[in-house]
Design a protein around this ligand. Structure first.
Ligand code: PGA
Ligand code: ZN
Length: 444
């Protein structure tokens, strides 16, 4: 926070110097097209406050997107196969920057409200959710820089919980070129005592899994999917879980690990016939729920993300009643406070997957988080499959004391950037750092 200095003469004619604290002012907003980990363009924004403090942020992009997500502006046409973001860049340069330069960058809530107002549409289709989010995140970083604090502490003075990572070691669904319908098979190292130990464990398991898969399915099986997990030629979900279990066992960590799935079920739901087509077999909602019960019972799966299609609040409620497990809404909730509140009244799930680009601005993501916590839900802060080296979510997960992060396998720069940032934060916090471990299901 900067200060404003001015003076006046008091009644005796003596000069009085006054210094008033004021919010940092936006001096410049710039935007450019950069590449994400899939080689597709995305928006990068710089916000400069008080002339010298720079905040820079990249906007992530999903492939397994929910139907209710806000509109990300893409250019269409031939350039980059239609994925160009020059329209969003021009929203920043031609509309948002002129409106914002010279105004306060904080509080974040007011800045974000202004961004939403400037767009003026409920789905952000005029200026693009990717334009708004870039400014929102970059401004938070710039204000943190101006206050001389790391981002996580700027967002929450009491930030201290290091998350259990949901490490995505086997990829399927829209993230891989195999026939595995379930999108993510994750391990959660809950039985270690520090974040750095959880990462070492995960990396060791990943190396063992590499050898197991290569031996059993041939070397093409260790090609990786969008989030860095292996994409073996497996069809049955239980076979994938079996390989994962073998790797955990051979690495010597059976007692320390539990398992999670991101089913991303909308993507194997046949909306016309109202059936799920899993491993080539049509299944009713009831069949699928019984299948998940067996995975919880026999395979140690404790966390199910998007187990049913994205509008089936009722099915989510039924599953939440039947399973003693974490039931996470991703496409169901799209990090939207209203949808979280609705799900809570129905008992449809017990955890929010928090993705900043689904919310549209940082403040809206924080509102969804607040709603989750008020209803006693857990929060898993998440990346998108299309990421860059930007590690904003690592600071965010610690700021929220959320206790869980999902950011892919422990390989590839756009994934390791997040894990490495968490290692730095763990070191900075020193003895104040608490690894969420077995309390991962308890929010804040
Ligand atoms: P996406 O997938 O980023 O491709 O949408 C991630 C997820 O479904 O959690
Ligand atoms: Zn998901």
């Amino acid at each position: 926070m900067g200060s404003l200095n001015f003076g006046f003469n008091d009644t005796r004619g003596d000069k009085v110097e006054v210094s008033v604290l004021r919010e940092p002012q936006i001096s410049a907003v710039r935007a450019r097209e950069v590449l994400d980990c899939r080689g597709l363009p995305t928006v990068q924004v710089d916000v400069v406050v008080d002339d010298v403090f720079l905040g820079r942020a990249d906007v992530p992009a999903g492939r397994s997107r929910g139907r209710h997500e806000p509109v990300e502006l893409r250019d269409g046409g031939r350039r980059f196969g239609g994925f160009g973001v020059r329209r969003a860049i021009s929203s920043v340069k031609d509309v948002l920057a002129p409106a914002l330069v010279g105004s306060p960058a904080a509080p974040q809530r007011l800045l974000d409200a202004r961004l939403v107002e400037l767009d003026g549409t409920p789905d952000r289709s005029r200026l693009g959710a990717n334009a708004l989010l870039g400014i929102s995140l970059a401004a938070a970083r710039a204000v943190a820089a101006a206050s001389g604090q790391p981002l996580y502490r700027h967002l929450n003075a009491d930030a201290h919980v290091l998350p259990v990572p949901q490490i995505n070691l086997i990829n399927g669904g829209k993230h891989a070129s195999n026939d595995l319908d379930i999108q993510e098979f994750t391990i959660m190292p809950v039985g270690v005592s520090t974040f750095s130990d959880s990462l070492a464990l995960s990396s060791e398991v990943n190396l063992v899994l590499h050898d197991i898969l290569a031996k059993r399915y041939g070397k093409a099986a260790v090609n990786v999917g969008d989030e860095g997990g292996f994409a073996p030629p497996i069809t049955e979900p239980t076979e994938a879980l079996e390989q994962l279990h073998l790797a955990v066992e051979q690495a010597g960590y059976s007692d320390m690990v539990v398992y999670g799935l991101d089913c991303a079920a909308s993507h194997f739901f046949d909306a016309e016939r109202r059936v799920y087509v899993l491993a080539g077999k049509s299944q009713s909602r009831e069949d699928l729920i019984s299948f998940y019960e067996s995975l919880a019972k026999n395979w140690g799966v404790v966390s199910f993300e998007d187990p049913l299609e994205e509008d089936d609040f009722e099915g989510f409620a039924e599953l939440t009643r039947r399973l003693d497990a974490q039931i996470i809404g991703d496409d169901l909730l799209v990090t939207n406070r209203g949808r979280v509140a609705h799900a809570q009244t129905l008992g449809a799930g017990n955890a929010l997957l928090l993705k900043v680009n689904q919310a549209g601005t940082l403040s809206e993501a924080l509102e969804a988080a607040r709603q989750a916590v008020q209803g006693g839900w857990s929060i898993v802060v998440s990346e998108r499959s299309g990421e860059t080296e930007d590690a904003f979510i690592s600071d965010l997960v610690v700021a929220l004391n959320a206790g869980q992060i999902k950011t892919g396998a422990p390989v590839r720069g756009e994934r390791t950037a997040k894990y490495n940032r968490l290692l730095q934060i763990e070191e900075e916090l020193g003895s104040a750092a608490v690894y969420a471990g077995l309390s991962y299901r308890r929010p804040c």
